[in-house]
Design a protein around this ligand. Structure first.
Ligand code: SF4
Length: 503
């Protein structure tokens, strides 16, 4: 489009060709229609009650004799001032039932300890061991409770107590993000007046464009698709994934506009093929790659085999193919092979504690993989996904800072629909998940949508605080992060006795 001032009466014309020329009034009208039809991406969250509530956070124990004694003494002391006599020490309603403290409501207790400080002789508040026993050392009860709340309300959990997590430690806790742009008002996260995009591209973009002498484009264009959020829904363990769960994954992915990774045979036998579904196919059944219809855009090969990849890509030129690869010792060689073969989407997998390649944490391995692609000069030609070890909203931006394009979620989705996990939860295959007894697909889908809405809002908050206007620009932005070990080293390394290695 170009703006032309033509001396045809008062008519000002706009447009590249005579046919498409518009008057200013027509152009303004079209622009208005275009502006009115603009839809700002938003995830519709709806409060969705529990089907299998978590155990209460605290146990509230009230000595009946002590309480009766207190009531008697208050009746005598404040006779006639019944509001004083019947005042309850808990503003959260734990003692507001018909018989007050004689039958407390521990599900309302937030652990402020006011009651036990005022009446230590007969009130005791203790953490509930049934809650503490949920999960494991990585996906612990605190994270499970947070995911549960995010999936129920679809909002960012705010408790008004500031950050109560760790400052430093193993895993993702060892990284801090730089929020120095927090004062920039136009990018104020979820309330932003200026759009912050969470769109990510899956596929390959050319590193450069080539034109002929006439200015025509001669090099290949991008082969990619975009999804609205920097995460995809990954398939849980084979023993856990069922056709009904796959349908929920698919419905939620379609609603949020992301991708659901589902075993290929399940996609075929349940007719689940869709643009939002990525069938995972084993190397043994690679010949089925072209059988997925209904707009399937991407398939995933479970493992690397150069000849299978070459054969599928030559016989399905319009299909995008991703390779699922575990970070086993020697993964670097396999990554180099995939770079040479022109693989455009690589999906790394670690165990559920984010450990791979011996006992390395995934953070270091992702950085190494990202830097390998940078060195090879192909970073924009390859999309990096990863599953395993991302179980909290703050892990997501940290993983992207390390160099991922998007993250695969599986356990957090199971927790969102209130599955109780057991067995070896560190392993990707050896755990079990017990789902609530009565639930319908709509309920489960909304819980997952709520979780994604909450995690996206938290991503927007971080992007806003960092002054970054889209999540694609966060990828590999390690200059905007700090590592506790580095800071300690810098500050204390010259002090005798310093051993380093983090807290
Ligand atoms: S600890 Fe606080 S919230 Fe819990 S019962 Fe006591 S006063 Fe109420």
């Amino acid at each position: 489009m170009q703006l032309l001032n033509k001396p045809e009466g008062s008519q000002t014309m706009i447009g590249a060709s005579d046919k498409s020329r518009l008057t200013i009034a027509e152009f303004a009208k079209e622009s208005r229609i275009r502006a009115d039809s603009y839809h700002r991406y938003h995830i519709d969250t709806i409060e969705t009650p529990d089907r299998q509530a978590l155990p209460n956070r605290f146990l509230v124990s009230v000595g009946k004799f002590g309480l009766a004694k207190l009531l008697m003494s208050e009746v005598f002391e404040y006779w006639g001032k019944w509001d004083v006599v019947f005042a309850r020490p808990c503003t959260y309603g734990v003692f507001s039932g018909p018989v007050g403290g004689f039958s407390p409501r521990p599900e309302k207790c937030v652990g402020c300890l006011r009651c036990t400080i005022e009446h230590p002789e007969f009130v005791t508040i203790t953490p509930n061991p049934a809650l503490a026993s949920l999960g494991d050392s990585y996906l612990n009860s605190k994270i499970i409770s947070t995911i549960d709340e995010e999936a129920r309300k679809g909002t960012v959990p705010v408790r008004g107590q500031g950050y109560r997590g760790r400052f430093g430690g193993p895993g993702w806790d060892g990284m801090f993000t730089d929020m120095s742009e927090i004062v920039r008002p136009s990018r104020d996260g979820i309330h932003g007046r200026e759009l912050i995009s969470t769109i990510v591209d899956i596929g390959s973009k050319p590193m450069r464009l080539q034109f002929d002498s006439e200015g025509g484009l001669v090099s290949a264009g991008p082969k990619m698709m975009s999804i609205q959020v920097p995460f995809v829904f990954d398939s849980p363990a084979g023993s856990v994934m069922t056709p009904s769960l796959a349908k929920i994954w698919k419905a939620a992915a379609e609603q949020v506009d992301t991708l659901a990774l589902i075993p290929g045979d399940m996609v075929t036998s349940n007719n689940l093929a869709s643009p939002s579904v990525v069938p995972i196919i084993s190397l043994d059944s690679s010949e089925t790659a072209s059988s997925f219809k209904n707009g399937t855009r991407l398939i995933q090969l479970d493992g690397w085999d150069a000849s299978a990849y070459a054969s599928i890509s030559s016989s399905n030129p319009d299909l995008m193919i991703s390779i699922r690869m575990s970070f086993e010792t020697g993964w670097q060689g396999q990554l180099n092979e995939m770079i040479d073969a022109g693989v455009s989407v690589i999906h790394f997998v670690a165990n559920n504690h984010g450990e791979a390649d011996g006992d390395r944490f995934i953070m270091d391995i992702i950085i190494e993989a990202h830097e390998m692609l940078l060195k090879a000069g192909v970073r924009d030609k390859i999309t990096l996904l990863h599953s395993g070890g991302v179980v909290a909203a703050d892990h997501l931006p940290k993983a992207i800072i390390c160099g991922l394009d998007a993250v695969g979620l599986d356990l957090p989705l199971l927790v969102a629909i209130q599955a109780r996990l057991s067995g070896d939860t560190s392993s990707r295959e050896d755990y079990k998940a017990k789902l609530p007894r009565r639930f319908d697909d709509k309920w489960a889908c909304q819980r997952i949508v709520n979780l994604t809405g909450s995690w996206r809002d938290q991503m927007l908050e971080i992007l806003g605080a960092m002054g970054i206007r889209e999540v694609r620009r966060l990828r590999g932005e390690m200059g905007r992060a700090m590592w506790c070990t580095h800071l300690e080293e810098e500050a204390f390394s010259e002090i005798e006795g310093f051993i380093g290695g983090g807290i």
